[in-house]
Each structure stands twice: as C-alpha cells, then as structure tokens.
Design a protein around this ligand. Structure first.
Ligand code: UTP
Length: 306
C-alpha cells in the first residue's frame, strides 16, 4: 500500500485529432499541436507540464495527419548520429530529451472527428479505470512557481474529485467556452453546480470559463458513452461532465498563470511575442527590435507594400 489517500495521476490524455481549421492552410498536413512557440512545439510544452506534475504515461489521441507527433517523441537515429559526428552535444541532448526521462507514449486513433468528448472516449481502455489528466495543447499556460496541472494535482489530492481549470473571462466571450456555475469554496477551488457548453452571454451561468486542463475520475467515461452527438455531430465532454455532476462532486480551480489560446491566430501570436521576449537566446535582441524607433511599424508598412 502506498499510504496515499487517492490514486496517483500517472496518466494523461492529449487529444490531438482535431482538424485545426482556424489555422488552415498551415494545418493541412501538419498538426496544429506541432506549431512552434519560438523553437518548441505546443505539444512539447503540454507534455513537459504533465510530466512535471507527476505523469509518466502519455496517451495521444491522434488521426491520420498527425504522424509528426509520433515522430517528434520517437528517437531519430539519423539526426542523433549526425549531431554526434558534428560534436553538437547540446543539440544532441536537446533532441534526446524531447520525451522526458521515464515517460512512455501510447497512440490511439480517433478515426472520425466527432469532438473532444469522443476523442477522450477513444482512450477509455488506456486509462485503466484510474483518474487521469487531460491536456489540450493549444491552451498554453505560462506559470511562475507551479504549473497549472501541478496546482490541479494538489486540489485533486485534497478532494479526491475531478478538477477543471477555469479562468475569469468577459461574459461577452462565453460562446467560445464551456462555462460553469459554482459555489464558493476554500482557496480558489469551487464546487461546480452546473456546466454548459458555449452559452450565449445572457445564458452564461457566471464569468468562469473552462480552459484546456482537466483531472477526471474514470467515471466520466461511463457518462461519455451515453452522450448524444450535438447539432454539429460532436460528442461534447462538457455534456458528460454535466451528467457526472449528478453522481459525484466536480471542482473548478481558478489557477495562477497566464493562458494563451493558441488555437486561434491572435492568441498564438501573443504567445510567440511573450515567449520570444523571455527566450534566453533571442529575448533581448527581440525586445530591442520591438522597441527600436518605429522599426516594427516601418517593417510592417514595407510588408504591406509587397
Ligand atoms: P478544437 O475545438 O480547438 O478544434 O479542439 P480543432 O479541430 O483542434 O481546431 P479548429 O476549431 O478546427 O480550428 C480542442 C482540442 O480537442 C482536440 C483538438 O485536437 C484540440 O486539442 N480534438 C477536437 C480531437 O482530438 N478530436 C476532435 O474530434 C475534436
């Protein structure tokens, strides 16, 4: 016996089978999750966050155009021996550590894009009836002391229940998010009383929006099986969580950190600028570039003329 009150969160699901239509044509043959923030793909940030929070089994729900993700986390013998021959040891270590030590990968196919809920259901066998983490890599969350998932693991350890990351938004944006109604609770943790997918602002139950980090108990799978496709033909995870609320408490955590919605162009660009400014190699030069007397607007007008 480990003496732990609740099972460890050792597995994480990464649904990466979406079509990424907001980034076409870039995502025609390349997964959205492989788009870089400066020099690291979105999916690698999510994997590092999961492993940093104690996860060791990484379950990717993929589709036919997502081979690049499998390749990214596999070893690349040819590249490694090339870097060795060139004595590029730092780069070699970088490439060899893309998959963090001790972590293993499983790939499950989602053969039809039937939505996030369906993608999660595809990994039902792999979670082995244990609580699991779920990370949407296009939500990039910058943190100071503890990552968003680490904060959620602490909340899970305190409650033994499902935890959903939420942030305050302007209610006018509610149609882009799952929105929750909550009862107040200790420390940024709230018991969810209802959850609804993309409500109109006048129907939003609060200003708390769900972002792409979850810890879910395995019971959610039994609810997902029963969820019907919505008008767009998708199986919504939100509907399964709403139904799970009838069986057991589910909590929302207002996490500390800055979330970038890299699933849309503006959020992606904002993330690149922030991460580039903080980048050890190019940060200060990039800052000089941005501050340089009207340089950005000059470059911009030159580009516009092309
Ligand atoms: P999104 O709602 O961002 O959809 O999915 P999308 O297809 O990736 O992007 P757009 O809206 O067409 O631009 C949220 C997450 O759920 C995954 C996506 O890969 C993303 O991580 N997803 C979505 C699946 O794995 N399967 C699906 O059928 C739908």
């Amino acid at each position: 016996m480990s003496g732990l009150k609740h099972p460890l969160i050792s597995r994480a699901i990464f649904p990466v089978a979406g079509k990424g239509t907001r980034f076409l044509p870039a995502t025609k043959a390349t997964p959205k999750e492989m788009m870089p923030i400066v020099d690291k793909p979105l999916i690698q940030y999510a994997v590092e966050e999961a492993v940093g929070a104690g996860v060791s089994e990484l379950i990717f729900v993929t589709s036919s155009t997502k081979r690049a993700i499998e390749d990214h986390f596999d070893s690349n013998y040819e590249l490694e021996s090339f870097l060795k021959k060139q004595n590029k040891h730092e780069l070699l270590a970088l490439v060899q550590n893309v998959l963090p030590q001790g972590a293993s990968c499983t790939y499950v196919r989602q053969s039809e894009s039937l939505g996030l809920g369906h993608a999660v259901l595809c990994a039902r066998t792999q979670i082995a009836n244990e609580p699991f983490a779920l990370l949407l890599a296009d939500d990039l969350i910058h943190h100071e002391a503890e990552s968003c998932l680490q904060q959620m693991v602490s909340a899970y350890e305190a409650t033994g229940c499902s935890i959903i990351a939420v942030q305050e938004i302007s209610v006018s944006e509610s149609e882009k998010y799952g929105m929750v109604a909550v009862e107040p609770q200790a420390n940024s943790v709230f018991r969810i009383t209802s959850i609804v997918e993309k409500p109109k602002p006048q129907d939003a139950p609060s200003n708390l929006a769900v972002v792409g980090r979850y810890i879910l108990t395995p019971k959610v799978m039994a609810h997902l099986v029963r969820v019907q496709q919505d008008k767009r033909g998708e199986i919504q995870l939100t509907d399964a969580i709403s139904s799970l609320l009838q069986d057991e408490p589910v909590y929302a955590l207002k996490f500390k950190g800055v979330r970038y919605d890299c699933g849309n162009k503006l959020g992606y660009l904002q993330a690149i600028v922030s991460y580039a400014l903080a980048h050890t190699e190019v940060g200060s030069e990039f800052e000089n570039y941005l501050q340089g007397s009207g340089r950005v607007s000059k470059d911009f007008s030159r580009l516009q003329k092309k």
